[in-house]
Design a binder for this molecule. Structure first.
Ligand SMILES: Cc1cc2nc3c(=O)[nH]c(=O)nc-3n(C[C@H](O)[C@H](O)[C@H](O)COP(=O)(O)OP(=O)(O)OC[C@H]3O[C@@H](n4cnc5c(N)ncnc54)[C@H](O)[C@@H]3O)c2cc1C
Length: 386
């Protein structure tokens, strides 16, 4: 029972791996990015991610995607080979992804998710002198706008779809640390227009985004429109593993709650697989607090109903297969839509359009089958043992 595999090297997975290894377990940590760190410490996060693994015996497998799970074996694809990775205890820390909601013009170059903008800037996108509208919902909007401003961009506006009163009520319950963080971000963003209860109705511009039209009719010129409607947990692997014993799910893939929730859930799972239940149990009150915060976060920033009426018949919903809203509008369910329009059947396998159609039409995924991520044929034919 000693082989521990952790999927995901974000904060939750890194901390889980470190705690399990400190307890004497043989740990393999698998992540699809070139560097550990997940979303928060992307690109290594200035060394924080590597520090978490200093002095502990964790085999780190970067650039490796878990594409399937059968019994107690994972199929892992790297750039040049496929690996069959066996586990006795599995910790899934697969994180979350951004929710995109379609609106006219959302596929124009220069329109992207708020989290995507953050990832591009962290990977070196030069935004100096560019005018950016940051829109959508959630605390990530302030973080992205502050980062872009720091890097020399002009933030034309921040548009938060949640009403101001609901955000104020949410802020009232924040911990002192989070209040200080919010004050710090607001200071950085002094002078930037921040509109509550407002969203991007349309992006215009021909070859690329030049302007956005807001829900109140205002038009704002910009070079980029960064619109993200919160995060959705990556649950595909967990659904494949449903019913299996010794599987622990931690971090954002269990619900969106930010760094603290990921960190403490990761630590508790790490202690538990190392057999240290007493350390794991000590974290219970903090985990409960963090989960309550996650519930408030979800309620405050739930996308409003008006966003369902943004797409026009010709607005693309599934970018991989080029399926427009009008082709989906009158269909009964996700399965029917897949079979008749190929919506969600392209390379991303519904990772982008899935959360959108769930919001627009209430369709939930009916089943999860491997591979959960696009994979090479030789990978699917079976990998060699790690
Ligand atoms: C786009 C985006 C931007 C964010 N920006 C901020 C921010 O600015 N500030 C903030 O406080 N929080 C931010 N968050 C929230 C942030 O994700 C959490 O606070 C924290 O990083 C969650 O940690 P985690 O370990 O649970 O998940 P993550 O950090 O998401 O880590 C999960 C890791 O698992 C990997 N993975 C998933 N599936 C597989 C697979 N099948 N095979 C191999 N590897 C896999 C992912 O690539 C990722 O590296 C952001 C989230 C997203 C999605």
């Amino acid at each position: 029972m000693n082989r521990v595999v952790v999927i995901g090297a974000g904060p939750a997975g890194l901390i889980a791996a470190a705690c399990a290894a400190q307890g004497g377990r043989q740990v393999t940590l698998v992540d699809d990015n070139p560097e550990p760190g997940g979303q928060l410490w992307r690109g290594g996060g200035g060394g924080v991610a590597r520090q978490k693994l200093e002095g502990v015996n964790v085999a780190l497998l970067n650039g490796a995607r878990v594409v399937a799970a059968h019994g107690n074996t994972l199929t892992v694809e790297t750039r040049d080979r496929a690996i069959a990775l066996h586990w006795d205890q599995l910790i899934v820390a697969a994180g979350a992804r951004e929710r995109f909601l379609p609106f006219p013009g959302w596929t124009l170059p220069g329109a992207m998710g708020a989290g995507a903008m953050q990832a591009f800037i962290k990977s070196g996108l030069d935004v100096r002198g560019k005018r950016i509208v940051v829109a959508g919902t959630g605390p990530i909007l302030l973080a992205v706008a502050a980062l872009a401003k720091d890097k020399g961009a002009e933030i034309a506006a921040i548009c938060e779809q949640a009403p101001a009163w609901r955000v104020r009520r949410f802020a009232f319950h924040l911990s002192m640390a989070k209040i200080l963080e919010a004050i710090h971000l607001k200071r950085k963003l002094r002078g930037v227009p921040l509109y509550y209860g407002t969203w991007v109705r349309e992006a215009e511009g021909g070859e690329r985004v030049r302007r956005v039209i807001l829900s109140d009719g205002r038009a704002i010129d910009c070079d980029y429109a960064a619109c993200g409607y919160g995060l959705v947990p990556n649950t595909e692997l967990l659904r494949l593993l449903e019913g299996r014993e010794n599987v622990h799910a931690v971090g954002e893939c269990t619900g969106i709650g930010g760094y603290l929730k990921s960190a403490v859930e990761g630590a508790a799972a790490g202690y538990r697989v190392a057999g240290d239940d007493s350390q794991a149990n000590k974290l219970r009150p903090v985990i409960e607090q963090a989960r309550k915060f996650a519930v408030r976060l979800e309620r405050t920033f739930a996308p409003r109903a008006e966003l369902r009426s943004l797409p026009r018949d010709e607005t693309v919903v599934c970018r991989c297969e080029g399926v427009a809203f009008g082709a989906l509008r009158d269909l009964p369910n996700w399965r029917y839509a897949k079979l008749h329009t190929r919506c969600g059947m392209g390379p991303c396998q519904g990772r982008v359009c899935g959360p959108a159609v769930e919001f627009l039409f209430g369709w939930k995924p009916d089943s999860t089958r491997p591979p959960v991520l696009p994979a090479r044929v030789d990978t699917l034919m079976g990998g060699s043992d790690a």
